[in-house]
Design a binder for this molecule. Structure first.
Ligand code: NAI
Ligand code: MG
Length: 337
């Protein structure tokens, strides 16, 4: 059976890491017909918008997309395409597993965390205005429904994957009402599902503990901005942005993308590490029920990283994107042989 899935290549290093990932998936034994749709800064000159309606309709039809990073202008300009997709398709969960990679040396070993970031609310609603000149107000929206559904999804996922603890990250000492509502919702959902250990911690305490000893945490659920910041921090714990995958998931659609951005500093030079997007594709394969292929791709990828001979520059190697892709494909072929 062939799957029809949407591919958004993205900007900057997007086409490079997308090509590598598509090639690895083609070697995985799963047949995917990719529907390539425009999105991001690259779509503006041709379509007059960074997120054409046809792209959203294609994701709605196919339900699942793989997405490269998109460039967002700083300060003014168009709204982030990522934020727009998450809101338009109600992809309320940002799932980001963060794991140490055997053979990739970092400050800490044995990191195995999962971040669940609420993906539709908080400060990322983008509701800003200037009530009087020189004063800008940004609205931070937290609703009970959104808190409950992310907490419920995170708890269900944690239990299904055999995790043992879910920690709510907040700052309810200061934002007593909004983060207070998050805590209340978290506890209500916990009362319905007593088989998972749940606790909560202040965001500043959590970041300090994460850099000192990240092995002390298991699953972390939090609102949008904390999740954005902690995801990048946790990426730094396991080898950087080039290795950490992500997924944006809702009740009807899912878009799989790495945590990293379009990396304009290395775009077009063949230097990008496709590991993060390949890992995102592993999450995609699991999501569509192709668990065997997902495990094969993951094993092949990790074996190349563990061997250490073929690595991209961000991990201290000298291989280019294509050489790394070919090494993963060769490892897949070897496994099949
Ligand atoms: P970035 O993640 O693109 O780059 C930060 C640093 O990490 C750079 O030095 C870059 O070279 C390196 N890096 C990132 N991914 C890498 C990879 N796969 N292999 C090797 N090195 C890698 O973050 P930055 O520079 O802050 O943002 C660039 C653009 O990306 C901005 O327009 C931003 O808005 C956008 N962005 C898009 C995201 C998305 O589409 N999901 C997420 C984050 C940022
Ligand atoms: Mg980010």
């Amino acid at each position: 059976m062939a799957y029809e899935l949407v591919l958004l290549e993205g900007d900057g290093i997007g086409p490079e890491v997308s090509d590598a990932t598509v090639a690895v998936l083609a070697a995985s034994g799963v047949t995917i017909d990719w529907l390539r749709m425009p999105a991001g800064a690259g779509a503006v000159p041709t379509h007059g918008t960074p997120l054409p309606d046809a792209t959203l309709r294609a994701i709605e039809r196919c339900r699942v997309a793989l997405k490269g990073p998109s460039t967002t202008p700083v300060g003014g300009g168009f709204t982030s395409v990522n934020v727009a997709i998450r809101q338009a398709l109600d992809l309320y969960v940002s799932l980001r597993p963060v794991r140490s990679i055997p053979g990739v040396r970092t400050r800490h070993d044995g990191v195995d965390l999962v971040i669940f970031r609420e993906n539709t609310e908080g400060l990322y609603k983008g509701m800003e205005h200037e009530p009087v000149p020189g004063v800008v107000e940004t609205l931070r929206i937290i609703s009970a429904d959104a808190c409950r559904r992310i907490c419920r999804w995170a708890g269900d996922w944690a239990r299904a994957e055999g995790r043992h603890r879910l920690t709510l990250v907040h700052k309810a000492t200061i934002m007593k009402q909004s983060d207070g509502l998050f805590i209340k919702s978290f506890r209500e959902v916990g009362d319905e599902d007593p088989f998972l250990r749940r606790d909560d911690a202040l965001v500043d305490d959590v970041v300090r503990e994460l850099v000192l000893d990240p092995t002390g945490f298991d699953c972390l659920v939090m609102e949008n901005l904390y999740g954005d910041v902690l995801s990048d921090l946790c990426a730094g714990l396991v080898g950087g942005l080039g290795v950490v995958p992500g997924a944006n998931i809702g009740d009807r659609y899912a878009v799989f993308e790495a945590v990293h951005g379009s990396a304009p500093d290395i775009a077009g030079q063949g230097l990008a590490n496709p590991t993060a997007l390949i890992q995102s594709a592993v999450l995609l394969l699991r999501h569509i029920g192709e668990r065997t292929a997902a495990a094969r791709v993951e094993r092949a990828l990790l074996s190349v990283l563990a061997a250490g001979e073929v690595r991209t520059r961000d991990l201290g190697g000298s291989a280019d994107t294509a050489a790394f892709r070919d090494a993963v494909i060769a490892a897949l072929a070897q496994e099949a042989a």
